[in-house]
Write a protein that binds this ligand. Structure first.
Ligand SMILES: Cc1cc2nc3c(=O)[nH]c(=O)nc-3n(C[C@H](O)[C@H](O)[C@H](O)COP(=O)(O)OP(=O)(O)OC[C@H]3O[C@@H](n4cnc5c(N)ncnc54)[C@H](O)[C@@H]3O)c2cc1C
Ligand code: FES
Length: 264
């Protein structure tokens, strides 16, 4: 992990309140893996190098795509507040203060031939990076992604063409009608490894679903973060081995490692 200055190369609106930022920064593009994230300060950097102190906290965003040959990577952000709103308005040429890559990535088993990816809302982001990584290794990929309604659906152009992309919406306005884990359930017997990222209720539903006993499932957890370096303990969740830090011990965990019963 390093603190680096990334240059904005592009900023494209891809759905309502949803933007893809393409950033040039060779260290992160060369060293990040699917499932890892970056921590970005949401303030302008002046030519003198000084930055305003407010907002102080960085905002975590997952890696969407890596282009190591160009020294670039991409993130996708959903505008929910002050930080993401500021990021949605940055323009090509602007500089960002970025920490990364951070966290434990997904672990694709060498024996996996059919990967089922289950995303809820913005949780699709690290799964897109994983889909590209897996498809490049001749793994068949099915990505089931659930969204609130048609306006929030991430377009298929963001997802690697080799992956089967199945969209579900809560209101049935586009794609399958229903919750991503329920739609994904029919693919569980087909898969030999499962990866999921999304809101806690979605991951909890997946944890409680009946599934083949030996099927390995990894989940990427989301928590509010302070330092993202394992120091402040602001991001802990309950696991079978006590409290663990999402930023350092995760965000990717085995589904059986999380203590879903205790409330996290
Ligand atoms: C490991 C990790 C990866 C993430 N990846 C992405 C991503 O790829 N794309 C993306 O758009 N977002 C992602 N998020 C969530 C993103 O970090 C938050 O939405 C963002 O920090 C909100 O900042 P803000 O200043 O815009 O909103 P704030 O003004 O800080 O908050 C606005 C609202 O968002 C909620 N919120 C803030 N932070 C989080 C959080 N960490 N989790 C859930 N709700 C939150 C607040 O409770 C509040 O309701 C990720 C979070 C984590 C922990
Ligand atoms: S955010 Fe500080 S320990 Fe995880």
């Amino acid at each position: 992990m390093r603190q680096v200055i990334a240059t904005v190369v592009g900023n494209e609106r891809v759905a309502a309140g949803t933007h893809v930022l393409r950033l040039r920064e060779p260290h992160i593009s060369a060293h990040a893996s699917p499932g890892q994230f970056v921590h970005i300060r949401c303030v302008p950097i002046s030519p003198s190098g000084s930055t305003p102190s407010d907002p102080l906290l960085r905002r975590p965003l997952s890696i969407l795509d890596l282009y190591p040959e160009l020294g670039e990577f991409a993130v996708l952000l959903d505008v929910v507040g002050r930080g993401t709103d500021w990021l949605s308005r940055v323009a090509a040429g602007e500089k960002l203060d970025v920490l990364g890559p951070l966290g434990r990535p997904f672990g694709l088993r060498p024996t996996t031939r059919r990967a089922l990816l289950i995303g809820g809302g913005i949780g699709i982001v690290p799964l897109v990076a994983l889909a590209r990584y897996a498809a490049a290794r001749d793994v068949e990929v099915t990505l089931v992604a659930g969204f609130r309604d048609a306006s929030k659906v991430i377009p298929a152009s963001i997802v690697p063409a080799e992956a089967e992309y199945i969209v579900a919406t809560d209101d049935g306005s586009v794609g399958r009608h229903g919750y991503a884990p329920a739609v994904a359930a029919e693919y569980l017997p087909w898969a030999d490894q499962v990866f999921a990222c999304g809101p806690l209720p979605m991951l909890r539903a997946l944890a409680r679903m009946e599934r083949p006993r030996r099927l390995p499932v990894q989940v990427s957890m989301e928590e509010h973060m302070g330092c993202a370096m394992g120091v402040c303990l602001g991001c802990v969740i309950r696991t079978r081995k006590g409290y663990e830090r999402v930023c350092r011990d995760g965000p990717v965990f085995d589904i059986n490692h999380i203590d879903w019963q205790e409330g996290i």
